[in-house]
Ligand binder design. Structure first.
Ligand code: NDP
Length: 317
């Protein structure tokens, strides 16, 4: 029997990342330089918002119910004001009623707790969001813990975090939820894959690791004390970077053909926004990657809208 040429054997190997083709550095690419597929959070976000607008219209038509979002913004941090504006705009787009309480930085903790309590009792409000960070004199945890878990659309209340860990119905924090939507809508297979998450914050790293685990990935969580970060990253079929250090994940830390999700938002000299991943170099190694901006970012607000619609729908159950 004639021996099969080596390059044909490579072509017959199953793909590691589920993205449908080999990437640069992978022997299957025949030495050609490949460019990763760009996972557009903007596009995915737009289609989810369209779906949400339809769900909201149905809630109004069938049940006379308008999902409502209550937002508390304390102080005058420009970034927080800009995020809240974005949330108000998104709510308007999908037909969610929103109420924003903008109060000065001098507002006391007791006053903020009272606002939360009022939203808890308000039947027009199904989701509550307290924009973080809060001024130093206000205990963030105390405020988050005061939110009714059924209205905790940010998913930061310990009841929701606990329910997420035991696989019960809950509100999933928005950024991790957005990451999972991006992976799902890109058709990335997670079962049995190695997933590495760099960062262990309560709002991104830990919950996304838990979600990947629930989808049967083998998950590694890295942090500032990880001894061989590059090695841990190189084993990953799916790599999630949520650190907050510009371009710290370099191409040599990425497994050829891996799917890379870049959560980081870092402003560098000249005002440019970059992620935690060296995007241009990673394009040549990964099979798919999220850009910054336009990747995970747009998904976060969209998932807040999704949780608010969900919160309203759950009042009917
Ligand atoms: P945190 O600062 O809370 O957490 C950063 C994590 O990175 C920590 O776990 C830290 O480890 C780890 N880390 C720091 N340095 C290193 C290092 N050298 N090697 C390995 N790990 C390291 O950040 P967040 O999780 O809140 O956010 C992460 C990034 O994502 C930021 O850029 C933020 O702006 C962005 N972000 C973007 C969102 C979006 O919607 N696009 C939403 C939320 C965040 P340790 O625990 O040991 O200190």
């Amino acid at each position: 029997m004639r021996r099969m040429p080596l390059f044909v054997l490579f072509l017959l190997l199953p793909l590691s990342s589920g993205q449908g083709r080999p990437a640069a550095g992978d022997p299957r690419d025949g030495g050609q330089t490949m460019t990763a597929k760009i996972i557009s959070g903007k596009e995915v976000s737009a289609s989810i918002r369209q779906e949400l607008a339809e769900r909201v219209a149905e809630l109004k038509e069938k049940h006379g119910l308008v999902p409502g979002l209550g937002v508390i913004l304390v102080g005058d941090d420009p970034a927080s004001h800009s995020y809240v504006k974005g949330k108000e705009k998104a709510a308007g787009q999908v037909g969610i009623y929103s109420e924003v309480l903008r109060v000065p930085a001098s507002t006391t903790e007791a006053e903020v707790l009272k606002m939360v309590e009022d939203f808890n009792k308000n039947p027009k409000i199904h989701g509550i969001l307290v924009q973080l960070p809060l001024p130093d004199h206000i205990d963030e945890n105390k405020v988050i813990f005061a939110i009714d878990p059924k209205k905790d659309v940010d998913g930061f209340h310990p009841v929701n975090i606990g329910r997420l860990h035991i696989g019960e119905e809950c509100f999933i924090p928005c950024t991790p939820n957005g990451i999972m939507e991006l992976l799902d809508r890109t058709g990335v297979e997670l079962k049995g894959k190695n997933a590495t998450v760099v960062g262990r914050s309560n709002i991104v790293g830990k919950p996304v690791a838990m979600l990947l685990l629930s989808r049967h990935a083998t998950v590694t969580i890295c942090h500032s004390r990880t001894t061989d970060l590059a090695g841990e990253c190189r084993r990953a079929d799916v790599l999630v970077a949520a650190v907050g250090r510009p371009r710290m994940i370099t191409a040599d830390m990425i497994k050829p053909g891996a799917v890379v999700i870049d959560v980081g938002v870092n402003r560098i000299e000249g005002g440019k926004l970059v992620g935690d991943v060296d995007f241009d170099a990673a394009l040549e190694v990964a099979s798919a990657i999220t850009p910054v901006p336009g990747g995970v970012g747009p998904m976060t607000i969209t998932m807040l809208m999704k949780n608010t619609v969900l919160a309203a729908e759950r009042t009917l159950a």
